[in-house]
Design a protein. Sequence first.
Length: 470
Amino acid sequence: MKFLPMFMRIKDRPCLVVGGGDVAARKVALLQRAGAHVTVVAPALCEMLMQQSKDGQVTHQQAAFAPADVTDYALVIAATDDAAVNQRVSIATQERGVPVNVVDQPKLCTFIMPSIVDRSPVLIAVSSSGASPVLARLLRARLETFVPAAYGRLAALVEKFRTQVKVRFKTTNERRIFWEKILQGPVAEMLFAGQEKAAYAALEHAVQNASAGEQATGEVYVVGGGPGDPDLLTFRALRLMQQADVVLYDRLITQEVLDLTRRDAERIYVGKRRNYHTVRQDEIHELMVRLAKQGKRVLRLKGGDPFMFGRGGEEIDTLAEEGIPFQVVPGITAATGCAAYAGIPLTHRDCAQSCIFVTGHLKDGSINLNWDTLVQPQQTVVIYMGLKGLQILCRELMTHGMAGNMPAALVEQGTTPRQRVFIGNLETLPNIVKAADVHAPTLVIVGEVVRLQEKLAWFEPMTTSNANPT
Ligand code: SAH
């Protein structure tokens, strides 16, 4: 180990930054976050430091650096662009036994600054011992994605109960087991999902009842898996996918997304079966409730966004009735995913000031939509589940006044390597489906914005052979 990692208390202590540029400003900001009183020595200041000096947030000594300056500081940082000055700061500071850091010059430092993930009071510091600050920053970015934003609040909550837990559990081993369960269970998840009061109550309950040996309750994560490209998952979705014990997923979930669920989780398919019999919605509800009551962490993984034509509302309704903890994680819905990957902006200042999402699902052979609101000018219409009823959809839109040559697009398996985009208009669209053998899942986009696709398409799926037959 080239350096000893430490965390230093500099709250209310004087610290010195030599240099007045942008780099110095960043170091000043960092020291201030830790509560230091910062003095800046520099002949001139950048705009940000100038403002801070005016506001009294930093003390400015307008002068060139002189060795005597470093006395009486808890630490010194040199951030000038003059190598000779930096060196003098380093020598002078070391002579007085004060810790010194020279930006980007590890040899002149007695301490170096790590990249940090700040979830105060939780801090993760990453260092490459000066070998490659960029590498440390990249690693930090990866950690950022894995550590929930509310980790600090979790630590603060735990702190409130530390004494109580110490009284309740006599041995460190008992306490460790208790905390491990809490920090990886519903209490933590409630807090991450912003349910602070519920988390507090659940933790209080757990502390009081822990010795009763009750079975842990499970929980359900209703997670939007997005339209297909795994890169479009949210950080939270990914984290929950990797800690679930059992996964209930349906037809829209691509293999690429499913592959990111925990390897040893049980996976249950609840979409359409081979004989086209769909697992009934109430059967899914029952299954979720049963698994959660067994103490399992159940991931209900749904295509796109759970609340967008996804029956997410019905599912959590049952969970709420049963008193099972749950949370909902939004996902990128097919409309925004497909629009982006097809190069069709859903709104545009020149031709669409509004956008409407509807379902084209057929019920008894007809589609029950408010056609007059759909045919409004300057509006984009996005139709989910519109493939089967496409002929009726196009016909009704025209009957209600939309021009037959209104541009329209089909996006099949949007955002995946198998994406196909077909451009036509209300008259030609149904024939394109037949000619190109288009299958679900396919999204229909109707409106002037579709014209922009020709210029704006950027995504190159792997199978381009059949794309854009128009
Ligand atoms: N909750 C989902 C929608 C479920 S309804 C969401 O927010 O996206 C199912 C319909 O969504 C499909 O019939 C299709 O119209 C659309 N859809 C979902 N994923 C799609 C994809 N990758 N490409 C094209 N359409 C998609």
